[in-house]
Design a protein around this ligand. Structure first.
Ligand SMILES: Nc1ncnc2c1ncn2[C@@H]1O[C@H](COP(=O)(O)OP(=O)(O)OP(=O)(O)O)[C@@H](O)[C@H]1O
Length: 317
């Protein structure tokens, strides 16, 4: 992190500020190893010289699409660049060949449509704006050219957007390796529909994320020598099993329980299902509904996904 730059009176710097992490300002006085900074937010800050970072006064107004282009590669510089881009709805930024995604918490439809997929197909890495499709494209092409498996690692804290990012990667790989639908369901459709099934049984509302995956997963998509998807396997790790019998407000149990209680009436009658509030494992929390989510619709979507994935009706029952 330490970018060795001589900080003097008049230098523009970043200083730590507990409320907002970092503020920028100008050094107005230096006393030994301490500096007084006139911050842009109007405050006067006193900080150790060693805790100040130089601010790039010639940084591009819209930020840079690759962190390696920053003059100073330190925490405030990186955060400032991500924030600048985020303001412009540019949620993706490279750091070399790593992609950083900042959760937009809104649907950015134009980023993921078929036109976008066409654009990224075969485009040299770095030529177009940073995008999750570009990462998938590189992995796919490397696999074809080198004839070897490739992995994409998606990591981040809870709610960062790993699940959504993984789905987009899978969607793009399905687009690259898909074949025209001939009879009914295709392998790539099955690959994609594995997600709603896994989410119904392994995702739940937590304090941090309404659709938090309570397990890890390794998704393997297999391709034939022509680059067409031939199969897939999903391995799951460490499901948070305690959630089944222990939940606290305002979290929920696994989605599947609420979906079951929102099944069509004939199924509710058949399986003697009642309102989720009547069940001990569900009524330990006061949260039953998710804003913007219809459990009834999700129930039908999950059943449909199970059909496509190939889970027989008997198994589903
Ligand atoms: N690229 C995106 N576009 C739109 N919304 C997004 C995007 N990424 C994340 N989100 C939103 O943020 C929510 C949380 O993201 P997601 O479930 O992918 O996080 P996660 O990293 O998988 O979290 P967890 O570790 O808790 O499972 C999503 O349900 C979605 O509403």
């Amino acid at each position: 992190m330490g970018t060795k730059v001589n900080i003097i009176v008049g230098s523009h710097v970043w200083a730590e500020e507990p409320d907002v992490a970092w503020v920028d300002g100008e050094v107005v006085k230096i006393n030994g190893d301490e500096a007084e900074i006139q911050a842009a937010n109007g405050k006067k800050i006193v900080s150790k010289l060693s805790k100040l970072y130089p601010k790039d006064m010639e940084a591009a107004a819209g930020g840079v699409d690759d962190m390696t282009k920053l003059s100073y590669l330190h925490e405030p510089g990186v955060l400032q660049n991500l924030a600048t881009r985020y303001e412009l709805n540019e949620i993706y930024t490279y750091t070399g060949n790593i992609l950083i995604a900042v959760n937009p918490f809104q649907r950015l439809q134009h980023l993921y449509d078929s036109h976008m997929m066409q654009q990224y197909k075969g485009a040299p890495f770095g030529e177009l704006s940073p995008h999750v499709f570009a990462v998938a494209d590189v992995a796919y092409r490397a696999m074809i050219h080198e004839g070897r498996s490739n992995s994409i690692l998606v990591s981040g804290e809870s709610g960062a957007g790993k699940t959504e990012t993984t789905k987009m990667l899978m969607q793009y790989l399905a687009y690259l390796g898909g074949r025209a639908a001939t009879e009914g369901r295709t392998v790539e459709q099955q690959v994609l529909e594995s997600n709603p099934v896994l989410e119904a049984f392994g995702n739940a509302k937590t304090v941090r994320n309404n659709n938090s995956s309570r397990f890890g997963k390794f998704v393997e998509i297999q391709f034939d020598k022509h680059g067409r998807i031939s199969g897939a396997a999903v391995r799951t790790y460490l499901l948070e099993r305690s959630r089944v019998c222990q939940i606290s407000d305002p979290e929920r149990n696994y989605h599947c329980f609420y979906l079951l209680c929102a099944a069509p009436q004939e199924e509710l009658d058949k399986y003697k299902l009642e309102n989720p509030r009547t069940y001990h494992y569900l009524n330990k929390s006061n949260c039953y509904d998710l804003v913007g989510v219809s459990d009834a619709r999700e129930y039908l979507a999950t059943r449909r996904a199970m059909d496509i994935v190939g889970i027989s009706t008997q198994e589903q029952v």
